[in-house]
Design a protein around this ligand. Structure first.
Ligand code: ASP
Length: 441
């Protein structure tokens, strides 16, 4: 049994025939690429509609008993045109007729949403002369929206034959036996499940960007793409808003030690970004910088706080009783700061301060907003002096005031809090500090 590669193509890669031809060339260029997982057609141009959005809208109309012909026709026209242009006219017709029938019969939202991937895979399988594999029969999705453990074995068996397979992403079968979808963007998860099911050497995720960038292009302009990043580093960056891949797509392949390779359908020769368990961090101490605005700080000061056992626990319990999770808790000897997201905190802010006052009798308690957090991520910083120095020198030169710092003993990242007004300048300064400096000596 030779090596296998699973390639997942995102919405823009299957948006129209011209790009699908490019997809076919990519697939045919390597005989190991025998498992093709597809999204629903996405946008062809900036103000275009994604098929999944149109499907959701059509379901809403049908559900409300309103005429859904206009949105249904938009969907049908796109699939018919795609099939025609790919030389398989009529390939989508049966599935489209079924969609119309089921919409009238009260199909569930998930079933309707899943048709984008379903019909996309039916058409591509016909165009490529490949075998279509119905994910709803082999891939289970549990109540939390995560793939079930038996999916790997079942999909593995369904994909055991020779030749090329086309597999719809995004959906599977829920605990009640009905079609269920992952959260939006979930075809990335399907691709990861298929990769693990067939024991792939690599999970290629083909999209419309060159890979993960070291920083947000909207802030730093033309950032350097990352050649390599570990799963753990990626999670840190994704949490802070760097998104190319669905967050939950990492788990199935990470557990099986299968690397992910983010690739660009429009530039197949480029190596993209490899996501692996480990990397040679000597090459690049810091891999990326991500951040977001919208954080607040609960600041509490009390003389001799350090002598009060359980003080911190009580503060966190008050937050938990309001269903607020916290991000970081930098402390001083007699003070404690708890960083939380502003949005869920807002309506509880006064009540939380009152409860802290009543229960803990602090000298001072206050909540301040407008904090942005920036995560400087890189496994290479562990046991390597000079990284923090470089961060703070760069911020100092950019005249950015650092409001908070958090670094765990794991040394995977340094988290820096600045005011929202300083956010962009801080990200730019940090990016420039690490862009061309592989590692400090
Ligand atoms: N088509 C779905 C969405 O738009 C899933 C995907 O593309 O991954 O969210």
């Amino acid at each position: 049994m030779g090596e296998r590669i699973v390639c997942k193509f995102g919405g823009t890669s299957v948006a129209e025939a011209a790009v699908v031809r490019q997809v076919e060339q990519i697939v045919r260029a390597d005989p190991r690429r025998r498992y093709v997982v597809v999204s629903a057609p996405g946008k062809r141009f900036k103000d275009d509609q994604k098929i999944t959005d149109l499907l959701l809208l059509t379901h809403k109309l049908a559900d409300a008993g309103v005429d859904f012909a206009s949105t249904y026709d938009m969907i049908a026209d796109r699939f018919r045109a795609l099939a025609n242009d790919l030389g398989v006219p009529g390939a989508a017709d049966r599935a489209l007729a079924d969609l119309a029938t089921q919409l009238r019969a009260g199909a569930t939202e998930d079933w309707v949403a899943s048709r984008g991937e379903h019909i996309s895979a039916v058409v591509l399988a016909a165009a490529f002369g490949a075998t279509f594999v119905e994910t709803a029969e082999h891939l289970g999705i549990d109540r939390r929206g995560l793939p079930t453990q038996d999916s790997y074995q079942k999909l593995g068996a369904a994909l055991a034959g020779d030749g090329l397979f086309v597999i719809p992403g995004f959906y599977g079968r829920g605990p009640d036996g009905q079609v269920k979808v992952f959260s939006r963007g979930g075809s990335d998860i399907s691709g990861a499940v298929v990769a693990r099911a067939v024991g792939a050497a690599v999970y290629e995720n083909w999209t419309d960007v060159p890979g993960f960038m070291m920083a947000d292009p909207r802030i730093v302009g033309n950032p350097r793409p990352m050649a390599e990043v570990t799963y753990a580093e990626l999670r840190e960056l994704a949490y802070m808003g760097a998104s190319v891949l669905h967050e939950e797509a990492v788990f199935p392949v990470r557990e099986a030690g299968i690397p992910i390779n983010i690739r660009n359908t429009h530039d197949p020769a480029a190596p993209g970004t490899r996501i692996t368990a480990t990397r040679d961090w000597g090459n690049r101490a810091v891999v990326g910088i991500a951040g977001r605005k919208g954080f607040s700080v609960l600041f509490i000061n009390k003389n001799l706080m350090n002598k009060e056992v359980g003080f911190g626990r009580k503060v966190l319990e008050i937050l938990a009783s309001h269903q607020i999770s916290y991000e970081h808790t930098p402390t001083g000897i007699d003070s404690m700061s708890v960083v939380v997201e502003t949005a869920p905190l807002r309506e509880h802010a006064d009540a939380i301060c009152d409860e802290v006052r009543d229960l803990l009798r602090p000298d001072e308690v206050e909540i301040s907003h407008d904090l942005a957090l920036i995560n400087v991520v890189g496994l290479g910083m562990s046991h390597q002096p000079g990284i923090a120095a470089r961060c703070f020198a760069a911020l100092g030169e950019a005249r950015v005031n650092v409001r908070m710092i958090s670094q765990g003993i794991g040394e995977l990242s340094i988290i820096i809090g600045v005011t929202e007004a300083d956010f962009e300048a801080a990200v730019q300064a940090l990016y420039l500090a690490f862009e061309s400096h592989p590692s400090p000596q």
